[in-house]
Write a protein that binds this ligand. Structure first.
Ligand code: SF4
Length: 358
């Protein structure tokens, strides 16, 4: 039996169950036997379990969520008999639902995705949507018009988030600048925003970028580094030009290599996202060759994201005769992982976009 409050987080153990919430009583995760339930700040609950060495994930429906949340706070209640400070943290599903509704209001909408290592950063929404928004495989921002928030709105968002998180903000170890390509903002504005964010949090900054719409020069990267930019996440998807065309990613591999190496030269780390699931192509070889040309080092990460289909993209896959079967996805995942791990001593990990929720 254990309940420990540290840095805005409350870690608890009861009868082989492991639980984590923040000091605002928001459930973060709950492990019971071979199942873990992770609650996102948008109030989804994802069930993660390992069956026959295969990781399986599933979103819970509303009744299942209520059940898991009730169990979670029931355990908090049992623990409160020994750890009195937990009394004020015994909540229920309605409380969590209201919390997520309040947060969605602060962000002016839901947050569609973050990189897997950024679940526990503080998301600041300095732009909405994606400036390109035309990749065939991506429907994350289809209904969002790209725009940049104005400075008063940023100030407002930050003060509302501070109130929302209260003391639990201490558990957030970085700032993720959303949405899809927030560092594409005109440089003077971006630096003004980042300075203000630094003054408020003094935490490392993280952001997505693409390698074809962001026209950075050396001076820009110097400034980003000076103002605490720690890692930039770039969707590469493939080193194969034909696949990039199918994906409508207007990226030339050569220009992307230059762009990424330039980031690295300024001592900013990168997180590169590549995909698996393009059978009948040279995707794997070309992607490994692409990665070979980048000077990856400690602090960098390569993510492999299995191809996920939706409406129109399914047709494109069929039209282009791409074999995206589970076997192809798994085999390419392993081939990419093994080859890249031989090249560089950095993490090469799964990026399941179904799980990558804030
Ligand atoms: S650049 Fe990124 S966010 Fe924008 S459409 Fe392509 S994959 Fe989606």
């Amino acid at each position: 039996m254990l309940a420990l409050l540290n840095n805005g987080l409350i870690k608890m153990e009861y009868d082989n169950r492991i639980m984590l919430m923040d000091s605002k009583s928001d459930m973060i995760y709950y492990t019971d036997g071979n199942k873990t339930y992770r609650r996102t700040l948008m109030n989804d609950i994802i069930e993660i379990k390992i069956d026959d060495n295969i990781r399986k994930i599933r979103y819970l429906n509303k009744n299942e969520k209520i059940n898991v949340v009730n169990n979670f706070y029931h355990n908090v209640k049992l623990l409160s008999r020994k750890y009195e400070f937990l009394n004020e943290h015994i909540k229920n599903y309605d409380y969590l639902y209201e919390r997520s509704t309040d947060l969605i209001k602060i962000y002016n909408g839901t947050i569609p995705i973050v990189p897997p290592d950024q679940y526990f950063s503080l998301y600041l929404r300095i732009s909405y949507g994606c400036p390109w928004n035309k990749c065939t495989f991506c429907n994350l921002y289809k209904n969002e018009k790209y725009s940049i928030i104005d400075f008063p709105s940023l100030k407002n968002q930050i003060s509302n988030l501070k109130l929302y998180f209260g003391d639990s903000i201490k558990s957030r170890k970085g700032i993720f600048l959303g949405d899809a390509n927030s560092i594409n903002i005109k440089n003077n504005t971006l630096i003004k925003y980042i300075k203000y964010i630094n003054d408020n949090f003094n935490l490392p900054l993280y952001a997505f970028s693409d390698a074809f719409t962001t026209p950075f020069n050396d001076n820009d990267f110097d400034l980003l580094k000076r103002y605490n930019m720690k890692r930039i996440y770039i969707g590469i998807e493939s080193g194969n030009e034909q696949i990039l065309k199918v994906l409508n990613k207007k990226m030339s591999p050569d220009i992307a290599i230059k762009f990424i190496n330039n980031i690295k030269r300024h001592n900013i780390n990168v997180g590169l996202i590549i995909m698996s699931g393009f059978g009948n192509s040279n995707h794997v070889n070309d992607t490994i060759n692409f990665i070979k040309n980048i000077d990856l080092s400690r602090g960098d990460i390569v993510y492999i994201s299995p191809l996920k289909k939706y409406d129109d993209f399914s047709k494109i896959i069929i039209e282009n005769n791409i074999d995206d079967s589970i076997e192809v996805k798994n085999n390419q995942f392993m081939e990419l992982k093994e080859n890249i791990s031989e090249l560089y001593n950095i993490p090469v990990v799964l990026y399941d976009i179904n799980e990558a929720l804030y």
